[in-house]
Write a protein that binds this ligand. Sequence first.
Ligand code: ATP
Ligand code: NI
Length: 388
Amino acid sequence: MSSEPLLRVENLKTQFFTEAGTVRAVDGISFEVYEGEIVGLVGESGAGKSVASMSLLRLVERPGEIVAGEVTYKGETLFGLEDGPNGDLRKRDEMLSNEEIRTRIRGNEIAVIFQDPMESLNPVFTVGGQLREFIELNRGLSEDEARREAIDMLREVGIPDPEQRYEEYPHQFSGGMRQRVLIAMALACEPSLIIADEPTTALDVTVEGQILDLVDDLQKKYGTSFIWVTHDLGVVAEICDRVNVMYLGEIVEQAPVDELFYDTKHPYTQALLESMPRPDRTVADLEPIEGVMPEAINPPSGCRFHPRCPDARAVCKRVHPEPKVVADADGEPHRAACVKHDVFDVGYDESPPLEGAVDGEGSRRTDEPQSELAANPAGDEPGGDGGE
Ligand SMILES: Nc1ncnc2c1ncn2[C@@H]1O[C@H](COP(=O)(O)OP(=O)(O)OP(=O)(O)O)[C@@H](O)[C@H]1O
Ligand code: NI
């Protein structure tokens, strides 16, 4: 692993300003992607995975807005704010313009694959035609060259009879084949990074497995880095090198993939693991995670997972933990945002366990007044911050 990451995300915050209130969809996440690695972004629905991915290329639309943080790619500032002369926040001078992001970065340097290929492919044009045009526009090849390249790419992603399939329309392709076409399109400009947002979620397990194998092969061949968004730890286990676990807009655990599975440090990750089907378990053994994830408009105080956490103590309602290094994973940091680890030193061991069981609605039954929640909606409190 080289010392300079390809992509660095620091304290990124993206919010949606809705009538119901401010949705803190992404609330201060930091992570890195190094050259040639597949980095997972995993968590339940609503955790903020898609908004985080969209934010990297500044694709978030109103009422959404990136309100803080920095995104650096190959030393260039994709997004960055700084303090202005009047104490206001303003965009950094070196931040790329929309135009530069669109023409120079998107597609050429960083490509995106979304879950639904039908949204990305135009139903009225042939698959080959779309791929050819994309290559023509982005790589400045002649029509003939682009056509040959498109057919090669279709073959490369495992589409049989590519010359023939080139002439067909998206609806003539199966879901898995369409997803392969999108992978071909993403790879067409030989980007350094591909952001894939649940591209295999709609596919059946066998087809999903084939696509993951394909991505694994292509990754090795081209050395492309990936950010792989999924709610499925099984997928993470299959292809990711490093993993970021997201809960309610935050990264709660960050580790190389083996460390995450075999030396799990955050109770939320543990809960995700226990809810995961495995060959050595019957369905009856699966432990669904208690409760549902709360709304990102009004997150719980302290640790956002505390209302659902089996290890929660009183201190967890007060202290909002930022991820800290809790273990060394062969020279790489293993971070977790959970105060039960000694490095937090906020009196977890002395703190009384939270009373009451976790109920079906995902909130802990306690006698404590709700006002404490209201008084500290962001959950920010001294004692919890301070990176590592
Ligand atoms: N356009 C929008 N307006 C308001 N809130 C939004 C908008 N888009 C996303 N959100 C909110 O942002 C939060 C994060 O959503 P996001 O789509 O990133 O979750 P996710 O982790 O990708 O979930 P999923 O697995 O369901 O795709 C959610 O609370 C969601 O309701
Ligand atoms: Ni999503």
